[in-house]
Structure formats: structure tokens, C-alpha cells
Design a protein around this ligand. Structure first.
Ligand code: WT7
Length: 654
């Protein structure tokens, strides 16, 4: 893969074709409108893209930064916007979801059918006592019921907290406790890599002694489950028998919509809070303009799991608010064969495809014969998200998946931003492989020095967002001090501040285009998923044989970064295990404590860790070691022999 230097010297340009420009959704007029009156522009977008039961009179209230209120006196219902209004507009027969299960079973739901299912689910949840403001945890595979449940919760003005099905019982419990959820919606199991993985058993282990009153269980895996009478209910019984009539109540624009937990620099995940009107406006706006959506003819597919923000914004809310037809796939890309994704593109004639660089790189490794065996000629727009896409992967994506012509939109955003913030616009931008390029119309950002002053073109610094945006996080659930500290304190007093500190390094090239350079904090990005070094370290030290640990994100050809841990064993246990045994035990321990995604690629058992004289672990040095680089300046090390010991051990470990 290219290093950052060669990345920055990438000089190929790909302007849009005249045919694309002729039919493009986003035109230069859009950017001009946003530039001349930013807030007026967002007000227009909110009115054009959504149905307001009660129109708003004020676009933005920024009187109490960093807590924004968008369209505050307007009232809407998010689910009504994603469902009923499309049916009322005569599009009830349009397919909303082409769902494909991993074993090959499939189910298509039209907007009319999806609306009816959501109404039934809303009635069933209301019968269980769910009211506006209640928190409900979801722990589900990618099945239509996940989408139905999210929309039913939104319809009632309640708050969902979707927990990715790969997280452990402890992780699920921590999220249930933090949000004080009263209900969990799960499935017996889901399909993954040709097998049913159990979900209900994990929920059983997680909910004991929590605020959870009921567990609603979708039947999917047909695997055996334990049943707690009075607490557990089958979805098909509770929802199946519910009334299909339900009138959507209008809630205020700032009514909370969901909490989504993400990793930060400490061990405790943050519950990022999003609200309704502003969030829905920006996800609908970006989904339409960035992906050039023509809802009557396009078939869209975003491969993200609904457990991540990409699934919330670009599987559920953006596409459905826009009345799009989309593919939803339960399983892994290589089951039962390595061409499964391409087979689905051919089957459903997918025209817009959105995935992560890590997936593209693993397909590149397998060779182009696999996608070449399928008809991918329906593809006309490709998207990338989660981490920087290196130019080789970009070119391969365009050539092999995009037929040599599809524009690629490299979209930069975060759980906290709620929606896409930086991306080329496919009918306007001349594309540069590897660069996310420009903020979308309506978004203002900058690359700044440590003092908050903007860098010159051709220089690097920290990415900040300089003006509030509609889909911005409204806080951290239960911990607004942490919200302020993490994102707003660093540049609170900068000129024009407060500025939002994204945590990413970035560089502006000579044209003013943006190149993302990765996180500047102790957050790792593995396959486009955020993991905290501190969280994995605390999982490691919770094991009885561990005395101390340090975790770093090391460069990885496929996954972008990989988790690498350095562990000191407790003296009394050191002799009981070979380093190989200890490492295997601890890799498994991290997977069961947090989830398989956090399992370290490597664990090195060492005698010491490099520390500064004040006792801070020098992660940069460990990262050098983990990436096999020569060790840099160690003059601030308390004991310079430590690095030698570590690299000797690593050499020995091969
Ligand atoms: C972090 C946010 C946004 C949904 C998926 C991840 C990195 C995201 C890009 C991109 C370079 C990217 C950043 C960011 N990131 N997209 N196109 N180019 N880096 O959401 O888990 O909240 O992670 O992902 O480092 O801060 P998330």
C-alpha cells in the first residue's frame, strides 16, 4: 500500500462524464445557494426533503453552544417521513427493501408493506408500555425486523440504542445500564459464515439485574433458546397479532432519535445522542446529493451493519426518507462463495454501491476474476467510507467494480457528525484518488494548527468543523461534560469558535482539497470500526495473568489498522505459560470481553514497557515496533534498554 507521502503526490484526475453531468442531482447551483445563505439553504433543504406536521420558523438556535437546536419549533415524525408519506404520494408499491439472508432466503418489502409492519410493531411496543423518551436496546442481525424495530421506536418518539451483534454480553450490559433501557429486541440467532450464531443467549447473560423489563425475540436462526416466562416474548406473536393501523404523532424537531455507543480515548464507550429534524434533513440531503439518487430507477446498496452509524444513516434513515429501493444483506461477503456480493449486485441490478476500503482491499487480494464473473454493468456510483482509501484500492474499485467509469465518492464523517460532511459530488467534482476533497455544500470546516489558526494550502494540521451542522451530535448520553471536554474544549477560544475537534489529522493540498491522515488520539480504526486502546487495555488487565498492558494500532494491509498488544505477565503466572499460550488465551479473552472485532492481531509478552520519566507509556515507540520500523528517538525513555528487550522478544517470536 502507498505511504502517505506517495498518497499526497497522487496526480490522476477523473472529471465526471458529460452524460453523468447531464442527469446529475447535485449541480453547481446547490453549492452556490449554500455559499450565499447557509442557514437559509438548510431551511430550504429541511422543507424540501421532509414533511413537517408543523413548520419551523427558526433554522438554528446556537445560543447555548455546543448544544445546537435545529428547526426547534417545527414538529415531525421521523417514521412518517420514511414510510407513510411515500405511500400517500402513490409510491406504496415501490420496493423499499430487497432483503437477502445469508443462506439464500430472501424477502422484498414494498413501502406499503414496510409501513404496515412498522405500524404493527409500534402498536406492539406501545402495548408493552413503550412511550416517548424510553430507551430500547437492539441486538439483532441484519434482518428486516431490525429496520422495522428502529422505525417503530422512532414512530413512538422513543430512543433506540442499537448494539452491534458482534459485541459481548458485558459490552451489551454496559450499554443497557448506561441508557437504562427498559426493553431489548433481539433474535434467537443470525447467520454468519454459514452458521447460526446465537444472540438470545448473550442477551440472557446481559440483562440479568438491569432495568430491562422485556426481551422481544425475532425468530431467525431457529436455534434453541432459553425462555424466561413473563419477560421474554416472540416478535411474531407480539407484532404478528398487532393492529396495522397506527397514526404517527408529531414530535418536536429536537426529540431524541437514538443513542449510538462509540469508542473514545477512555475505556468507557460514549453514548452519542442524535435528534430528529436536523439529523433526518442532513442524512436525506447527503444521501440524495452525494450518491446522485434517482429514487424511481436506482437500486442502492450500503453494506454496513445497522449496528454502526453508517447503517443508521445510510441503510435506514437516509434511503428511506428519500423513498429509495435498497438491498439489505444479512451475511458475510464470502459466504457461501467469495463472489457473493457481486452476485447480489447482478441479481438486484444495484446501481449505487457503498462500502469500506477494507472490504475493497480484501477483494483486491482475491483477484479480479471473482467480480469479473458477474454482470456489474448496473453500477453507476460507488461510495467509500470509514478510513482513507488508498489510490490503488480506489483505481481497482473504479476499474473492476465501476466498469472504469463510475465516480467514487470518498465520504468522510463520524458517528458524532451523524451524516456525511466531506465528499466529492459525483456530477461536479473532478475526482482525486485518495482524497475526500471538499466539504459538501452547507458544511464549513478547516484544517488548523494547535492554536486554532488555519493552515496554509500544502500543509497539515487538525480537522475542525467551524459552524454547527444539522445532524451534529446533541451530546453524550448522561455525560455532557465529557461531550464538551472531548470535542469542544480544545478550540473553545479559537477565533470564530468554539470549533468542533474531530480527532483526525488532515492536510490541505495546493488545490485546497482535503486528505485525511488518520486519528490523532488513542482511537484505532480497524476495518472502518473505531476501537479504543484504553478499552482493550482494561480488558487485558482484567485477566488474572496480566500485570500491565499497552495497545497500539499498527498499520495493516487489509484492515487499515490492526490491534497489537504488549503485555507484561504477573510474575507468579509468567512461568505457567509459554508466550504463545499466554498470547492465545489473552486474544480469546479480549474477544469475549469486548467482542470479536477487538481481538488483537498479535500480543507480545514482554518484560517491560517503554515509559517516560513521568510514567506515561510511549505508544509511538510501541507502534514503531509493531510496524517493524526502526526505533526513533528514545532520549525521554526512563530505561532505554526496554525497547531493546521488546524488539529482541519480537524477533524471537518471529
Ligand atoms: C472515524 C469515524 C463514518 C462512518 C464510519 C466510521 C475515519 C471515516 C473516513 C474517510 C478517512 C475516515 C475517521 C473518523 N473515517 N470516514 N472517508 N477517510 N477517514 O464512523 O466509527 O464514528 O469513525 O473514521 O478517522 O474520525 P466512526
Amino acid at each position: 500500500m502507498n505511504s502517505i507521502d506517495s498518497l499526497l503526490h497522487e496526480s490522476r484526475r477523473f472529471p465526471p462524464s458529460p452524460e453523468f453531468v447531464a442527469n446529475a442531482v447535485a449541480t453547481p447551483a446547490l453549492a452556490a445557494a449554500a455559499a450565499s445563505d447557509r442557514l437559509g439553504f438548510w431551511g430550504d433543504q429541511a422543507r424540501e426533503l421532509l414533511h413537517w406536521h408543523q413548520p419551523f420558523t427558526e433554522v438554528l438556535d446556537w445560543s447555548n453552544p455546543p448544544f445546537a437546536k435545529w428547526f426547534a419549533d417545527g414538529r415531525l415524525n421521523v417514521a412518517y417521513n420514511c414510510l407513510d408519506r411515500h405511500v400517500l404520494a402513490g409510491n406504496g408499491d415501490r420496493v423499499a427493501l430487497h432483503w437477502e439472508g445469508e443462506p439464500g432466503d430472501s424477502r422484498s418489502l414494498t413501502y406499503a408493506e414496510l409501513t404496515a409492519e412498522v405500524k404493527k410493531a409500534a402498536n406492539a411496543l406501545a402495548a408493552l408500555g413503550v412511550v416517548r423518551g424510553d430507551r430500547i436496546a437492539l441486538y439483532l442481525p441484519v434482518v428486516p425486523e431490525a429496520v422495522i424495530a428502529m422505525l417503530a421506536i422512532a414512530r413512538l418518539g422513543a430512543i433506540h440504542s442499537v448494539v452491534f451483534g458482534g459485541f459481548s454480553a458485558d459490552s451489551l450490559r454496559a450499554r443497557i445500564d448506561d441508557a437504562q433501557a427498559k426493553l431489548v429486541i433481539t433474535a434467537d440467532g443470525g447467520w454468519r459464515k454459514g452458521k447460526v450464531f446465537p444472540l438470545k443467549a448473550t442477551v440472557d447473560a446481559a440483562v440479568e439485574g438491569t432495568t430491562v423489563e422485556h426481551v422481544l425475540v425475532v425468530r431467525r436462526g431457529e436455534n434453541d433458546v432459553e425462555w424466561t416466562e413473563g419477560r421474554d416474548l416472540w416478535w411474531h406473536e407480539a407484532v404478528g397479532t398487532a393492529d396495522a393501523e397506527h397514526e404517527a404523532e408529531a414530535f418536536e424537531s429536537e426529540n431524541p432519535l437514538f443513542i449510538l455507543y462509540t469508542s473514545g480515548t477512555t475505556g468507557k464507550p460514549k453514548g452519542i445522542l442524535h435528534s430528529s429534524g436536523g439529523y433526518l434533513t442532513q442524512v436525506a440531503y447527503t444521501h440524495k446529493n452525494v450518491f446522485d439518487l434517482h429514487p424511481e430507477t436506482d437500486v442502492y446498496w450500503c453494506t454496513a451493519d445497522v449496528g454502526w452509524i453508517t447503517g443508521h444513516s445510510y441503510v435506514v434513515y437516509g434511503p428511506l426518507a428519500n423513498g429509495a429501493t435498497q438491498v439489505l444483506y444479512e451475511g458475510t461477503p464470502d459466504t457461501p462463495h467469495p463472489g457473493r456480493w457481486w452476485e447480489l449486485i447482478e441479481k438486484y441490478k444495484v446501481s449505487i454501491f457503498y462500502t469500506a476500503p477494507t472490504a475493497i482491499r480484501s477483494f483486491m487480494k482475491l483477484g479480479r476474476e471473482i467480480p469479473d464473473a458477474f454482470d456489474l454493468s448496473s453500477i453507476r456510483v460507488l461510495g467509500s467510507v470509514g478510513e482513507p482509501i488508498n489510490p490503488e484500492a480506489w483505481i481497482w474499485y473504479r476499474e473492476v467494480i465501476g466498469g472504469g467509469h463510475a465516480p467514487i465518492v470518498d465520504t468522510w464523517w463520524q458517528t458524532e457528525t451523524g451524516a456525511i460532511m466531506v465528499s466529492p459530488l459525483p456530477g461536479i467534482t473532478s475526482l482525486k484518488p485518495g482524497s475526500a476533497q471538499t466539504p459538501i455544500p452547507g458544511i464549513e470546516l478547516a484544517v488548523v494548527n494547535d492554536d486554532g489558526s488555519p493552515v496554509e494550502k500544502g500543509s497539515g494540521g487538525l480537522l475542525v468543523i467551524t459552524q454547527p451542522w444539522p445532524s451534529m451530535a446533541r451530546g453524550i448520553w448522561g455525560d455532557n461534560d465529557r461531550f464538551i471536554e472531548t470535542y469542544w474544549e480544545k478550540f473553545a477560544d479559537a477565533p470564530g469558535g468554539p470549533l468542533y475537534f474531530a480527532g483526525d489529522g488532515a492536510r490541505l493540498d495546493e488545490d485546497g482539497d482535503l486528505w485525511l491522515l488518520g486519528r490523532v488520539d488513542d482511537v484505532m480504526n480497524v476495518s472502518g470500526h473505531r476501537l479504543s486502546t484504553a478499552e482493550i487495555e482494561s480488558a487485558l488487565v482484567s485477566h488474572p495473568i496480566v500485570a500491565e498492558s499497552a495497545v497500539v494500532g499498527a498499520h495493516d494491509e487489509t484492515t487499515g489498522q490492526a490491534v497489537v498488544a504488549f503485555v507484561i505477565l504477573r510474575a507468579e503466572h509468567a512461568a505457567d505459560h509459554t508466550p504463545e499460550q499466554a498470547s492465545a488465551v489473552l486474544r480469546g479473552h479480549v474477544a469475549t470481553s469486548i467482542g470479536a472485532i477487538a481481538r488483537p492481531r498479535e500480543i507480545f509478552i514482554v518484560a517491560e514497557l517503554p515509559k517516560t520519566r513521568s510514567g506515561k507509556i510511549m505508544r509511538r515507540l510501541l507502534q514503531d515496533v509493531a510496524e517493524g520500523r526502526a526505533i526513533g528517538d528514545t532520549t525521554t525513555l526512563a530505561d532505554t534498554s526496554v525497547m531493546q528487550i521488546i524488539s529482541d522478544r519480537m524477533d524471537a517470536a518471529g
